[in-house]
Design a binder for this molecule. Structure first.
Ligand code: PMT
Length: 404
């Protein structure tokens, strides 16, 4: 596979050297292209030495007019000769240029001429990443079908701690290779994935809910769609954008989630229940806002339907993956839920650990397969964890399919 590595001007530019090496280790040839800003952080010599290629730096540089004329279509030629363009670090400036079609240097001009697959690995300060302008550019690029490798969180070069770190170069390389080779190992599968919390109304302005952000379920949906699955994402109320190429069914309550799951069950070959469904609901929410009084108050709650268990009772030859969010005894609880809800695989999530579980960008889970030994996965971004969960789901699904 032939990959253009576009290096943007950010402190993470040095990690692009690791990415070049990781891509080559995976059998790719790498053509480095550096912006002028990138060359303030790392020299072209590093990339030339690693890749054995002449590093393309700018459109004109200090070349003579004849040299410029002789290579005036270099960006077109490079665009034609390569399969994937990966920009890492994709700075806010690069994302804005790509999103809006600016072409004032070699990399942005090349981007417009390029018709292959595009992978963008953003890295920047947290506030820049969260700025509505960057978010809008990301959405534009995602809608164009480009693959975004989301930044991780941790200490940043600016001294702050937050989201904005370049994703692990090995993970970016894996995504580039998968997207470049078009690994579609979930083609032909239809996956119903639930994500986020449910909200159970007490009255028109109050509800019972939990801290689920939807990030884990959305990451699984994004990964599955990238691997060729038809994805139906049944989502409780969350504040994150839906992944590209996924059918989203918005719900609010456990009852609505159950209806949406069962409405799509017939077509599903795999069901993954990562949602944090409220376990109790108010059977008859007050029609008007309840008034505060000095008296103590109690609200009667009734259990919500256990959607996973209900699917488990009628699952047929579908593969059923449940989650178990626990603060203790995770493995035994995961095994118990496996039996009571008739799952094929349970993803145990010890949510009492700092930096993982509810709301975080990272997760650390243990896969508990039916009849098999638990498989702890290393702590990683939810998107990486999502792919690893799918890597374990696939052989189970293939085994079920060949048995049926
Ligand atoms: O959304 P994030 O912020 O990214 O956080 C991710 C997560 C922590 C929510 C996720 O990784 C996770 O652990 N999801 C399961 C949350 C949960 O409610 O677990 P549980 O152990 O209470 O439920 C067990 C299983 O039964 C789950 O698959 C759940 O979807 C399902 N369930 C539970 C109750 C119910 N009424 N119906 C159900 O289907």
């Amino acid at each position: 596979m032939r990959v253009i590595l576009g290096v943007g001007g950010g402190i993470a530019a040095y990690k692009a050297a690791e990415l070049a090496r990781a891509l080559m280790e995976r059998g790719a040839t790498v053509q480095p292209v550096m912006t002028a800003a990138a060359r303030q952080f790392i020299t072209p010599l590093t990339f030339a030495a690693l890749t054995g290629k002449k590093v393309i730096t700018d459109l004109f540089g200090d070349r003579t007019a004849d040299e410029v004329l002789a290579s005036s279509v270099e960006h077109i030629q490079v665009a034609r000769e390569n399969d994937v363009l990966v920009a890492a670090p994709a700075t806010a400036d690069l994302l804005a240029k790509f999103a809006n079609g600016l072409a004032d240097d070699f990399l942005s001009t090349l981007y417009l001429a390029f018709t292959g697959k595009v992978v963008l690995a953003p890295a920047m300060n947290t506030q820049m990443w969260l700025h509505p302008a960057t978010a809008a550019n990301i959405e534009k690029l995602r809608a164009r079908g480009h693959h975004i490798v989301p930044p991780g969180s941790g200490p940043l070069a600016c001294g702050e701690t937050g989201v904005g770190r370049l994703a692990d170069p090995a993970r970016i390389a894996d995504d580039v290779i998968r997207i470049g080779t078009g690994k579609q190992d979930f083609a032909g599968e239809t996956i119903v994935i639930t994500a986020g919390p449910t909200q159970e109304a007490i009255d028109p302005v109050r509800f019972i809910s939990n801290r689920s952000s939807g990030k884990m379920g959305y990451a699984i949906a994004e990964a599955a769609a990238a691997r060729g699955a038809q994805v139906i994402l049944v989502s409780g109320p969350v504040k994150i954008p839906p992944p590209a190429g996924v059918k989203v069914v918005q719900v609010e309550t456990a009852l609505e989630m159950k209806d949406a799951v069962f409405a799509h069950l017939e077509e599903a070959t795999i069901v993954i229940k990562s949602a944090a469904v409220a376990d109790y609901m108010v059977e008859n929410p007050a029609p008007q806002k309840m008034k505060k009084t000095a008296a103590r108050m109690s609200i009667e709650l009734s259990p919500t339907p256990d959607i996973l268990a209900e699917v488990g009772r009628v699952k047929g030859d579908r593969l059923l993956v449940g989650f178990a969010a626990e603060t203790q005894n995770m493995i035994s609880e995961a095994k118990r839920k496996m039996e009571t809800k008739n799952c094929d695989l349970v993803v145990g999530n010890l949510v009492s650990q700092h930096g993982v579980g509810f709301g975080s960008d990272d997760n650390e889970v243990t896969l508990v397969p039916r009849g098999g030994a638990p498989v702890p996965l290393p702590r990683a971004s939810k998107r990486i964890v999502a792919d690893q969960i799918l890597d374990h789901v696939l052989p189970l699904r293939l085994a079920l399919r060949s048995a049926s």
